[in-house]
Design a protein around this ligand. Structure first.
Ligand code: A4P
Ligand code: MG
Length: 186
């Protein structure tokens, strides 16, 4: 009997590593040095175990949507691949926010860094701790416009193609910053 023989054949399929999925992350900042905060978030996510950076969008300056009176945001979208379960991906996003000294005082209030998970492959979840796809992303030009720049044919499960969603949302209040870019990624 060889070491790899019967043991290998009997190994249950469930032990196989799950296939990596495409994960779309939306980064936003409207406190402090906004561009440095987005770059810090990207650097943190690139270094996080289990995440591989696949693409990063241009940076947009965007008028705040909802929440209290607050200053304009910089927003960008980062696409990573990961075989991690959704909850572990959320943990890494929240660790990135904490590393950038995010303080939660007010829902939808100003923040040094917000990292929202927009989609994880085709996963659907109604869990308030991690709702997938993100429940408001399909209406938000500050997510759709940067995402569309790097993945024009992408879709939000249950909502449709992001080109049509962006056309419906309109682009008022969002402006691509030609002079500011994040990088590198991958
Ligand atoms: N949570 C549930 N689903 C998710 C998900 N898909 N991704 C939970 C990330 N988190 C998710 O989030 C509150 C809770 O949502 C978390 O505990 C998490 O478990 P939070 O980041 O603590 O608070 P928040 O960001 O103030 O709330 P929320 O509901 O995530 O707000 P949004 O929808 O992110 O809106 N305007 C412009 N121009 N640009 C912006 O980036 N962002 C917001 C925040 C409002 N207006 C904006 C922007
Ligand atoms: Mg958030």
């Amino acid at each position: 009997m060889t070491a790899a023989g019967p043991d290998a054949r009997e190994r249950p399929a469930a032990r196989a590593d799950p296939a990596p999925r495409r994960v779309v992350l939306a980064l936003g900042s409207n406190l402090g040095d906004r561009l440095a905060n987005l770059q810090g978030g990207l650097d943190f996510l690139r270094a996080a175990p289990g995440l591989s950076c696949a693409a990063v969008s241009p940076v947009y300056e965007t008028a705040p949507v909802g929440g209290p009176d607050q200053s304009d945001y910089l927003n960008a979208v980062v696409i990573v691949t990961s075989a991690l379960p959704a909850r572990s991906i959320l943990d890494r996003c929240q660790a990135a926010e904490a590393a950038l000294h995010r303080v939660r005082t007010q829902l939808w209030g100003p923040r040094t860094l917000d990292v929202d998970i927009i989609t994880i492959g085709d996963e659907i979840s109604a869990d308030p701790e991690l709702t997938l796809p993100h429940p408001r992303a399909h209406q938000r030009a500050f997510v759709l416009a940067p995402w569309h720049d790097v993945e024009p044919d992408a879709r939000i499960p249950g909502r449709g193609g992001i080109g049509a969603l962006l056309a419906a949302a309109g682009q008022s209040g969002v402006r691509r910053l030609s002079g500011s870019r994040l990088g590198p990624c991958p």
